[in-house]
Design a protein around this ligand. Structure first.
Ligand code: MSP
Length: 660
């Protein structure tokens, strides 16, 4: 081999193996299931885009008491029940554009065989024993609890009554691995994330660790994988389920494939099932002599309109309905943008609509449609050339922002900080919106001497949108594809996206660009609040004053603050409202559109004084109807009961610019 060919020998591609929990088929999927699967999909797509050979696994957990009970309630045998229920999961994943590479069902032969192999191996290693056990058993959770864990006869986890059960079973010597597991967690800070959860697990391991009961007598529960060496028992459903993470990539059946994927890079789980993963799974892997997954990431739980989600409350969020109402991409976006991954969050249609209208329809959608309209109007529908001589510093700044996303988004994705990754992407969206205002292509188009500059501006906008499509692809694949197609760049991102596409300048001039329907048509907010006629948005009402006084005693996080979409608005028209001497009706240009705002400033300002003033507008405030007039935002002013002065700016600023 010559040195040259040695140098050019292909390097092994980096691999990435990611999993979701496998979901019980006792009921149809809800927002919690969708959340983990969407997060895993975004990471899988992102890693593929970065050039990783990626394996993304999800599936269903079909054995055990819960499923057996759900089946018998319907008068079905458990397999028929599972066969029907699994369809709902598979169809939902299709609808949410989930790109899993495999789908495991624990009732499949390929999985059952490996579970039996695992049991044989554990038996041969001498880590199993039988014992008669008497304890408090929680039927829905399918687990025993120690006497001191039971709270007034109820399960400490789900609060339902526990039963006293006595039976002989197989046990796994889990207790023997406590110290090793603790050491592993201490030495690998990335193993359990977020850090608060890691501390919880370490706290759990401070107490003595019990052995794990891994069988169920067939006489009590028949719906499970039979013990290979004892026909009287079936496998405890959690052991059965956890093994999916190794059975599918080939443990015990395909050593080469298994060596390629194991250890998994990340198991994504909800916080409620972290212990089973961090403790049961890790110790089982240790007993099998296998490496532990690199990371277990536990995300938080969603409440709905501030309440716990439950069937009895009737507030279970159906992901299908959300995809129908807002589109799969917007739903994906919202779940990952709204709440830092790892923390609990609240779902509401109001919050969903607000983000949809302000960030997707306004910021991104308008930028895209304006740009394409201008390319059609001023450049004959083809992407123009960028002329180096007409490039200005601000163009270079936008290019720099676009290029920096590769690093900044990457860092946030590596930390599972999806909301911050999206925020980074929006710095480019915001920059581009300001760039449109500042360069006013519609003015440049008026004189032919500006042709070169106009081309540069339009090219930079088109290329910025292409770059946005690349970064957005993992989050919103359908939207990204539409952007790529309409920009005349690529019709098959799924197959064709490459790491090089992160570079600037991939969009070739001369390609036809065609505008389609809006990416995110505006949505009516779910309900309107009627504001008291006397309360004008610019003067705080009694309730608002009370709210702000109580808010003064508690801090809000920077993320809460960022929920406010504050923008520079230019007052373009103002008039009195008949019969309301405190109110003015304003038309305020916020860059992407003109908003009608009703403000209680008439005692301080005459309409004429206000024209041309730049003010601060809260653009994502729920619209309110005041004196029969819709107010689509609020402007900020100083003053308590009466307005003393409008908040404005020291320097001239463009409409639409974000106020932070
Ligand atoms: N079958 C087990 C997992 C076995 S993995 C080897 C299981 N299934 S489950 O269907 O009950 O739940 C799956 C996931 O849904 C869990 O990660 C859980 O955290 C998540 N969620 C259930 N309700 C949720 C919310 N309200 N919010 C967010 N996630 C929630 O457990």
């Amino acid at each position: 081999m010559t040195p040259l060919s040695r140098r050019s020998a292909p390097r092994k591609r980096k691999t990435f193996y990611i999993t979701t929990p496998i979901y019980y088929v006792n009921d149809i999927p809800h927002i919690g299931h969708a959340y983990t699967t969407i997060a895993a999909d975004v990471l899988a797509r992102y890693k593929r885009l970065r050039g990783y050979d990626t394996f993304f696994l999800t599936g269903t957990d079909e054995h055990g008491q819960k499923v057996q009970q759900a089946a018998s309630k319907k008068g079905l045998d458990p397999q028929t029940h599972a066969d029907r229920m699994v369809v709902a999961f598979k169809e939902l994943w299709k609808r949410l554009t989930i790109s899993n590479n495999d789908f495991v069902r624990t009732t499949e032969e390929r999985h059952k065989q490996v579970v039996q192999q695992v049991l044989r191996k554990l038996q041969a290693t001498g880590v199993l024993y039988t014992a008669s056990y008497e304890g408090w058993y929680c039927l829905p959770d399918e687990r025993f609890w120690a006497a001191d864990e039971v709270v007034e006869g109820k399960c400490p986890d789900c609060g339902r009554p526990v039963e006293r059960i006595s039976e002989s079973n197989y046990f796994f010597k889990m207790s023997a691995y406590r110290d090793r597991l603790r050491r592993h967690i201490q030495q690998h800070p990335e193993f359990i994330q977020p850090e608060s959860r890691r501390n919880e697990v370490l706290g759990f391991l401070d107490r003595p660790l019990e052995d794990l009961c891994i069988s169920r007598p067939r006489a009590r529960l028949a719906w499970g994988i039979p013990f290979p060496f004892d026909p009287d028992y079936v496998t405890y459903v959690w052991v059965d389920a956890l093994v999916n993470y190794i059975s599918i990539p080939g443990y015990g059946t395909d050593p080469r494939r298994f060596a390629k994927w194991w250890p998994a890079d990340v198991h994504l789980v909800g916080k409620d099932i972290l212990t089973t993963h961090a403790v049961y799974w890790s110790t089982l892997l240790m007993a099998l002599g296998l490496d532990l997954p690199k990371t277990l990431f536990a995300h938080g739980w969603w409440t709905v309109d501030g309440e716990k989600m439950s069937k009895s409350r009737g507030n279970v969020v159906d992901p299908n309905a959300m995809a129908e109402e807002y589109g799969a991409d917007a739903f994906r976006y919202f779940l990952l943008r709204e709440v830092p991954f790892g923390q609990d969050g609240d779902f509401s249609k109001t919050a969903m609509t607000t983000r949809y209208n302000s960030e997707l329809a306004n910021d991104l959608g308008n930028l895209f449609s304006r740009t394409l309209t201008m390319i059609e109007r001023y450049s004959g529908g083809v992407v123009p050339k960028s002329h180096p001589k007409a490039v200005k510093a601000e163009d270079r700044r936008m290019v720099a922002v676009a290029k920096s996303l590769h690093r900044t988004v990457g860092e946030e994705m590596d930390r599972f900080a999806f909301h911050r990754a999206l925020r980074e992407i929006w710095t480019l969206v915001d920059f581009a919106n300001r760039y449109v205002e500042k360069n006013a292509p519609w003015d440049l188009a008026k004189e032919s001497k500006n042709r070169a500059r106009l081309d540069v501006v339009l090219y930079h906008l088109a290329e910025t949108l292409r770059s946005l499509a690349v970064h957005l692809f993992p989050f919103m694949p359908t939207t990204a594809q539409r952007m790529a197609t309409e920009l005349g760049w690529s019709t098959s991102l799924e197959q064709a996206l490459k790491p090089q596409d992160f570079q600037w300048g991939r969009l070739k001039p001369g390609r036809p660009a065609r505008k389609g329907s809006p990416l995110f048509p505006r949505i009516e907010p779910p309900q309107r609040i009627m504001v008291q006629e006397t309360a004008a948005p610019a003067t705080p009402s009694k309730e608002m004053v009370m709210e702000s006084t109580s808010a003064a005693t508690s801090f809000i996080s920077i993320d809460e603050f960022r929920k406010l979409d504050l923008r520079v608005g230019r007052i373009v028209a103002a008039e009195k409202i008949m019969g309301a001497d405190k109110l003015l009706k304003l038309s305020v240009d916020i860059g992407t559109e003109t908003r009608q705002v009703v403000a209680g400033i008439a005692t301080k300002y005459a309409p004429d004084q206000l024209i041309g003033k730049s003010v601060i507008v809260v653009t994502n405030l729920k619209p309110a109807v005041i004196r029969g007039i819709e107010s689509q935002g609020m402007i900020l002013a100083a003053g308590d009961k009466t307005v003393e002065a409008l908040a404005t700016f020291v320097e001239p600023v463009e409409s639409g610019m974000r106020v932070k």
